[in-house]
Ligand binder design. Structure first.
Ligand code: URA
Length: 188
């Protein structure tokens, strides 16, 4: 699939292995998630438009590039909240999108792309509100989730740290890393 970009960078792979380890505690887990998101963002945002601005260095004035205007927005999927509506189809229970949205690059983030249900719902919602340029960033994905998301939204770009083997009957990714929400918030 052309629009699916799996990260090969050794730093990302190394940090994902640390995330997987059940002995990695909450503080380290949270820091690793942030670091991996930053490293993946480096790749996912490499086509962000720049504009030249004037800056005065200690030596002289110069024109130098910075990210142009209000050009992108990050939209995290609040998994813990979605967990409160278990048994229902995922739905948006809290959603605040920046405006205007149609010109922005929207980066949707969810550490785990499992069944793809919440991911498809989030991208549906963003498109219904006028979003056009959409990228999705997941640290670990199941093949089932990748297929479902890309079938529903073949026009988006999906950045994944690693595509794992499969979902189990409880919709956990195998080998995965367990419940990302629990491990980020220390709720188990
Ligand atoms: N969500 C998680 O946090 N982990 C999984 O394995 C699947 C969905």
């Amino acid at each position: 699939m052309n629009n699916v970009i799996e990260m090969k960078h050794p730093l990302i792979q190394h940090k994902i292995s640390r995330l997987r380890d059940k002995n990695t505690g909450t503080a380290e887990f949270r820091a690793l998630v942030e670091e991996i998101a930053m490293l993946m963002g480096y790749e996912a945002l490499k086509d962000l438009p720049l504009e030249d601005v004037e800056v005065e260095t200690p030596i002289e004035k110069c024109m130098t590039p910075q990210i142009a205007g209000k050009n992108f927005a990050i939209v995290p999927i609040l998994r813990a909240g979605l967990g409160m509506v278990s048994g229902l189809q995922p739905h948006e229970y809290y959603c605040k999108l920046p405006s205007p949205i149609s010109e922005r690059l929207i980066v949707v983030t969810d550490p785990m792309l499992a069944t793809g249900g919440s991911a498809v719902a989030a991208v549906d919602f963003i498109k219904q509100h006028g979003g056009k340029k959409i990228k999705f960033m997941a640290i670990i994905a199941a093949p089932e989730g990748v297929e479902r998301l890309m079938e529903a939204h073949p026009d988006i770009q999906l950045y994944v740290g690693h595509i794992d083997r499969e979902l189990n009957k409880d919709a956990y990714i195998c080998p995965g890393l367990g419940d990302a929400g629990d491990r980020i918030f220390g709720t188990k």
